[in-house]
Ligand binder design. Sequence first.
Ligand code: UDP
Length: 336
Amino acid sequence: MKILITGGAGYIGSTIASVLEDNGHTPILLDSLVTGRREFVRDRIFYEADIADRAMVRRVFSDHPDIFATIHCAALIVVPESVTRPYEYYKENVVKSMEFFRLLSELGYNRVVFSSSAALYDVVPGFMVTEESPLRPNSPYSRTKYMMEMILSDFCSAYNLKGIALRYFNPIGADPKMRTGLHIQFPTHLIGKLVEVALGREPVFYLTGVDWPTRDGSGIRDYLHVWDLARAHLNAVERFDSVIEAEASVGTPYSVINLGTGKGVTVKEFIAAFEKVYGQKIPVSIRPARPGDVAGAFANADKAARLLGWKAELSIEQGIADALRWGQVRDRVIHY
Ligand code: UDP
């Protein structure tokens, strides 16, 4: 099947393209390359354009009228940047997605898989969240994802769209075949920083926050191998109609599904796992929590198992090993 991936030259979009291709499908990439990488396009069908470029989106569908579904990954995703540049985040993510969804509806290409985020959830006792858990997005970035979910859901109830919103927990690792991986040159998140220290690009790892009400005081998250995350999209498109059917009782052809391992891991536990894989100690220095940081959450992933027939298979250790390998080859794949 042909599947359109917006943001198909990004970290997650390009991994999804590889999973689809490896399973006999044809990914069609739409990416503005504002943050995506040309190197990740490889030999794939590619349109270099913004999702708000109506003429180009129309052309994609007239060139490929047999596109089965759209996976909408394109977005700005850097939380601190969203705090200082909210206009850009609301415009690029919310306004442009809304117009894009409207065009998909007009053109009659009604199956949409949307990249959402676990950053929507409020902190709950025990830290495990289901899709029904309370939401409290606490940054402009996560509020854009929240708004995009609401727009998609309302469009699905009013127009002809059908939507599956996938709430991603924390992706780690890279394509196991090293075709693609995290392309941010100066990462700020946990695994990115640990790899920087391991590769000698930074002298010390700053552990931010040790006073959370978790089992060891450090933040808790659900770290998911990006290959597993991408595989869930394969299942979402292949089972699209049955997922929507299963939600028929709710009345709206729209479904929200958590994508996580179902296991909460603290930062201290993650560092211990990292050191085991890396084979050396990481110099750690304790710092206060980052502004806007939260204790965290991990997924109840039962709905993904039930509706998508999917569960995470790769271990945290595998994710760490792949992130380290990618860290070593990255500058040969990407030409900054
Ligand atoms: N973290 C840390 N040092 C870093 C980066 C992250 O201790 O250099 C901690 C952070 O405080 C949080 C966890 O690692 O508890 C996950 O942070 P990340 O930015 O990877 O994910 P997010 O907070 O967006 O879920």
